[in-house]
Design a protein around this ligand. Structure first.
Ligand SMILES: [Zn+2]
Length: 308
């Protein structure tokens, strides 16, 4: 058993080194590389007759992680996608869309700049309307994926505070409430269906990522979510960034969690505690189902932000 594993390993290494020497693409020629694109499959969840979510969005397993949750909104004129997952998953996204409608994808809304939400904007081509917050467009301009010739896949339409697209049952509302995960996170509401897509402003039941290189702020985060709760009151279902569907009650609980995390971190900082000590002292017992995997990174982000 042990011997055959070792032999297999040697053969693999041998095959790889031959491929490298021959100048061939290792990932294409090696049977041990990532699964080819056509075998990639994304799970789909039906929320309404004209609204689906492409999931397989939990980070961790590289074989099944396709990027953030994508909303598939089927209107009279075509399909609107909220986010487009990781690069390389475009065909898998399109295949799932085709499994529920024959209408073409005509519009993409990017909740924010990150590659697991914007990775297939280019796959859908220049005929598709791409919409994002103005700060997200600025952040996207810094990404290699949108440089040079690919700049044509940058959002063609941006907004500052609020934007409505479509009308009647096809209406979509976009809101911006301030910094959090990045400097340009959009909240997307389907008013007729009472559904909200939060992107990574509510990614999971754990501390958020606060991408300070893209203007994110764990200090502003609780206030930004409080504005969402005060202003978006016409929804029953929430599509989060990277976890199963949530409710407005869950978002309220998340806001309390974020407020607690910020207050306790500020207190620990004032008391002269280290980031490690502050993170270890933060307990989530009050928040059923919450994890602490990302607490330390958030505490670090708060320390860095308040230090300046
Ligand atoms: Zn993100």
């Amino acid at each position: 058993m042990k011997r055959s594993v070792l032999l297999g390993l040697l053969l693999t290494v041998g095959a790889l080194s031959i491929a490298v020497r021959a100048g061939t693409d290792v990932s294409a020629s090696s049977g041990h590389a990532a699964a080819p694109q056509e075998s990639r499959a994304i799970d789909i969840v039906k929320l309404k007759d004209n609204l689906y979510v492409l999931t397989s969005s939990t980070p961790g397993n590289a074989a099944t992680f396709s990027g953030g949750n994508v909303a598939v909104f089927i209107t009279d004129d075509g399909v609107t996608l909220v986010d487009t997952k990781l690069a390389g998953w475009g065909q898998a996204v399109l295949d799932k869309v085709k499994s529920v409608t024959s209408k073409p994808v005509t519009r993409i809304i990017n909740t924010h700049t990150h590659g697991d939400h914007t990775g297939n904007d280019g796959f859908f081509g220049t005929t598709v309307e791409i919409i994002a917050h103005e700060n997200t467009k600025t952040n996207m301009e810094k990404m290699d994926a949108f440089k040079g010739d690919n700049a044509k896949f940058l959002p063609g339409k941006t907004y500052k505070d609020r934007l409505t697209v479509g009308s009647g049952k096809n209406r979509i509302e976009l809101y911006y409430f301030g910094a959090g995960h990045t400097s340009g996170d959009t909240f997307v509401v389907f008013p007729d269906l009472r559904v909200l897509h939060t992107g990574d402003m509510f990614a999971w039941k754990d501390a958020p990522g606060c991408d300070r290189n893209n203007g994110g702020s764990c200090v502003a985060f609780p206030q930004t979510i409080a504005k969402v709760i005060a202003n978006i009151t016409n929804v029953d279902t929430i599509i989060p960034g990277h976890s199963p569907m949530q409710t407005p009650k869950d978002l309220q609980e998340y806001q309390r969690f974020l407020t607690d995390l910020l207050a306790q971190t500020q207190a620990a900082m004032t008391a002269g505690k280290s980031v490690d000590e502050a993170a270890a002292a933060f307990k989530v017992d009050k928040y059923p189902g919450y994890k602490t995997e990302r607490v330390k990174a958030a505490v670090q982000a708060i320390y860095d932000e308040l230090k300046k």
